[in-house]
Structures are given as structure tokens and as C-alpha cells.
Design a binder for this molecule. Structure first.
Ligand code: PLP
Length: 416
């Protein structure tokens, strides 16, 4: 029987070599960091923040995005926090948040004094869409956060139309999608503000942790920058002191030096990930049991990981066993379920935000649902039917072929 040929049953795997390491840090980053340290030693003046390296890095980022304004911060979570802070939303405003995202893509809403309201996903993807957003809009809604999960652009045009109609801000969470495009525009440049993570796992990094805010609106740029640095009066001639409350989310010049070295490689990183996805997609063509998940047709995606849909109706094992069998074929980083549905998590259910107060939901001035119970049916179904394979830009043609071969081998062996 074919099933006995699987590596999970003790047979030869598709791949015996380990998958290639990412090799994110190179001599270029080392040289850049040593240069900053050497300069500090020679001058006796420590490197700091908002200095020449951070300014250069922000300029490189803006050039990559084709113009606009950028501010380096210290995490993707804080990029979102500073975006919300910069928008100066009234307390208890509702902010629509993504169905499936890292907790750092939702939690900042609460610390900005606002209330997160979860929109469901498109039934075919981890991302939300205009239809789902519209369903949860109220007169209290003031902003929408749209995440481009897995490096796949959300369907932005209908979302922007909806936002314009209701006078809402749109923040794009581009933590997983540096360089992805929608209808020819970079994600992060379509909404009012783009928030990027630059921690070490992302397409583009500034070290272990980091983030960057991007906008094409100069006033929003300065508002975010002031919020990110304790309300300093940036770009306000004649004003002194701290003009608005903010926090300290600053990046620093050492991180920026790494960012400069990294950003020159970003187009290559993106190109390699796209190529990998293309090969896998091509190799799976005609396979009715497994394929890449549906993507917005107008998107040019950058694949932080590969998202697959498994037609469980035609397979005789469950998705977890299927994934184990793929991994046994020598494919690393097979993640059976991406259930980052934040409204299901304990912190949300227990309203564990500001001690035992239940704030903001229990606040007498809040007139929305005090005990929200979001059931995101599409998000649940889509996380149940899909699984992910982690990739990196060191993967080449061979790795793409091996991923596709392992998937097809396991799908055929477990075919009903
Ligand atoms: C979609 C999304 N949003 C926000 C974040 C938070 O970014 P950071 O980890 O840099 O704080 C992440 C991190 O993985 C993310 O994937």
C-alpha cells in the first residue's frame, strides 16, 4: 500500500538534509555595528537615538516605500501603539481589530484607552475584509486596524472606501508584510498609517526587536513621533517642553545601523520568498487535495510563511496527522493551526487589562457591549482548514520542490 511509503511510517523521506538556516545577520551588519561603536569610543560620545543613523535609516525606509515619512520605534506592538496615540482618538473610541493576528496587533488598542472590536475574516483567508468590518461598525468606531497576515495583502480598496464613507482612520499592520503590494501600492501606504515590526523574525529587521511607523500624511507623522517620545514638540517652532502625553518608544542608532544594512537586502528577501511560493504553487497545480490558500487577486504578496488549505474531505487523516507526516518527510516548520484569534484568549475573556476594573468595557461612559463575546466563525473555519509552513529566503528551488513533493506524497498516501 502507498501509505506505507511515508517517512512517518519509517520509510525514506523526501528530504534528508536540514532546511537551510536563514543567515539573517551577515558581515554587513557586523561592520555597521562596529562602526557605530568605534565612533562612540573615538569621540567619547555614546550613540543614542534620533541621531544620524536613525535619520538615515528612516530615509532608506521612506525611499523603499517611494516617499512619505517614517519613525523608527522599538517594536511592532509599539508601532501600532504610537499610530493609535498619534491619531489622538478620544478615550473609549472603538477600534476594529483583525480576527487573526499576533496579540501585539490588538493589545495596544486598550492601552490607547480604546475598545477593540473584532471583525471576522474573509472565509478564504486569515485577513479581514470590508464586509466583515462593516458588520461590526458602530457610531463609536473611529479607526480600523487591518493586518496583512503571512505577507498577504488584505483587499484594501473596499476597506478604504468604507473608511472614507464613515470618516474612519485606517492603520495597516504590516508586521508580516514588508514590501507586499496591493494594486501596485505598497501595503502601509494605502491606509493612513502603516505599522511595521522589525524584530529578527520578519522580512526586514533592526535587530532582536524593533518597529517602524510609516505614513504619507506629514501631520500624522509628527503626531505619532511626538507620542513616541513623550510628547516632545517635534516640528513645532517656538514650542517647548512636552506638549502632549506620550511614552518612550524610541528606536536607537545601533538598531538603525542594522536596519540600514538590512534594508538594502529587502528587495532580494522579498524576491526569493515570492519565487519560492510561485514554484510551490506551480508544482501543486492540479492537486485537488492541497494548495496555497486563496489570495486577493490584486495582491502581490511577500509570504512570511506559506498558508495551505487542505481538502480534508478527500483525505482520510486529520490535519494534525497530515502535518506530522509532512514534517517527517524532512520539511521543517509545519504549523498545523494558526489560531491567533485574540478574542478567544484568556486575557480578553477575563478583561485582564487594568487590574480588576474591567476597564474599558465596564466604564460607565462606554455605551457599547460590556460583555462582548465575539464568535468569529470564518476565522475559526479558516484556521481549522488551513496550515502553515515557515519559510525563509535561503530556501531555493530545491527546497520549493521538496516542500511540494512532500505535500503531494502525503496527500496521495492519505487520499480517500
Ligand atoms: C501581525 C503582527 N502584528 C503585530 C506584531 C507585533 O510585533 P512585535 O513583535 O515587533 O511587537 C506581530 C509580531 O509578530 C505581528 O505578526
Amino acid at each position: 500500500m502507498l501509505v506505507n511509503k511515508l517517512a512517518i511510517d519509517g520509510n525514506t523521506p523526501v528530504r534528508t538534509l536540514p532546511m537551510p538556516a536563514r543567515c539573517l545577520i551577515t558581515e554587513a551588519e557586523k561592520t555597521a555595528v562596529i562602526h557605530v561603536l568605534d565612533e562612540a569610543i573615538a569621540s567619547g560620545i555614546a550613540f543614542g537615538y534620533n541621531g544620524k543613523y536613525e535619520q538615515q535609516y528612516e530615509k532608506h525606509f521612506v525611499d523603499f516605500m517611494g516617499g512619505g515619512f517614517a519613525d523608527g520605534v522599538n517594536s511592532g506592538t509599539n508601532a501600532l501603539f504610537c499610530a493609535l496615540g498619534g491619531l489622538q482618538l478620544d478615550a473609549l473610541s472603538e477600534v476594529i481589530v483583525p480576527p487573526i493576528t499576533d496579540p501585539g496587533g490588538v493589545m495596544p488598542v486598550l492601552f490607547a484607552g480604546c475598545v477593540p472590536v473584532f471583525a471576522d475574516s474573509d472565509p478564504r483567508s486569515y485577513n479581514t475584509n470590508a464586509e466583515q468590518i462593516e458588520k461590526v461598525m458602530t457610531e463609536r468606531t473611529k479607526a480600523i486596524i487591518v493586518a496583512h497576515i503571512a505577507g498577504e495583502a488584505a483587499d484594501m480598496e473596499p476597506i478604504m472606501k468604507l473608511a472614507q464613507k464613515h470618516n474612519l482612520y485606517v492603520i495597516e499592520d504590516c508586521a508580516q508584510a514588508h514590501g507586499a503590494k496591493y494594486k501596485g501600492k505598497f501595503v502601509g501606504s494605502i491606509g493612513h498609517i502603516g505599522a511595521f515590526s522589525t524584530m529578527f523574525g520578519k522580512h526586514h529587521c533592526t535587530g532582536g526587536q524593533g518597529g517602524i511607523l510609516y505614513t504619507q500624511y506629514e501631520n500624522l507623522h509628527w503626531q505619532c513621533k511626538r507620542f513616541a517620545d513623550r510628547g516632545k514638540p517635534f516640528n513645532l517652532d517656538g514650542r517647548n517642553g512636552n506638549i502632549v502625553a506620550g511614552i518612550n518608544c524610541n528606536s536607537n542608532d545601533l538598531a538603525a545601523a542594522i536596519g540600514i544594512a538590512q534594508i538594502t537586502r529587502l528587495p532580494d528577501v522579498i524576491g526569493k520568498r515570492k519565487q519560492l511560493a510561485q514554484i510551490v504553487d506551480h508544482e501543486l497545480a492540479g492537486c485537488d487535495k492541497i494548495r496555497l490558500g486563496w489570495q486577493v487577486p490584486a495582491a502581490d504578496n511577500v509570504y512570511w510563511f506559506l498558508r495551505f488549505i487542505l481538502e480534508t474531505k478527500s483525505i482520510k487523516v486529520d490535519k494534525e496527522l497530515f502535518c506530522k507526516a509532512v514534517e517527517a518527510e524532512g520539511i521543517e516548520g509545519v504549523i498545523p493551526t494558526y489560531r491567533f484569534i485574540n478574542c478567544e484568549k484568556e486575557w480578553f475573556k477575563q478583561k485582564a487589562v487594568f487590574g480588576k476594573t474591567g476597564f474599558p468595557w465596564n466604564c460607565s461612559d462606554y455605551h457599547g457591549d460590556r460583555n462582548p463575546n465575539f464568535i468569529l466563525t470564518n476565522a475559526i473555519n479558516v484556521t481549522n482548514s488551513h496550515f502553515n509552513i515557515l519559510i525563509n529566503e535561503s530556501y531555493g528551488e530545491q527546497e520549493a520542490q521538496d516542500i511540494a513533493a512532500a505535500l503531494k506524497k502525503v496527500a496521495n498516501a492519505y487520499s480517500k
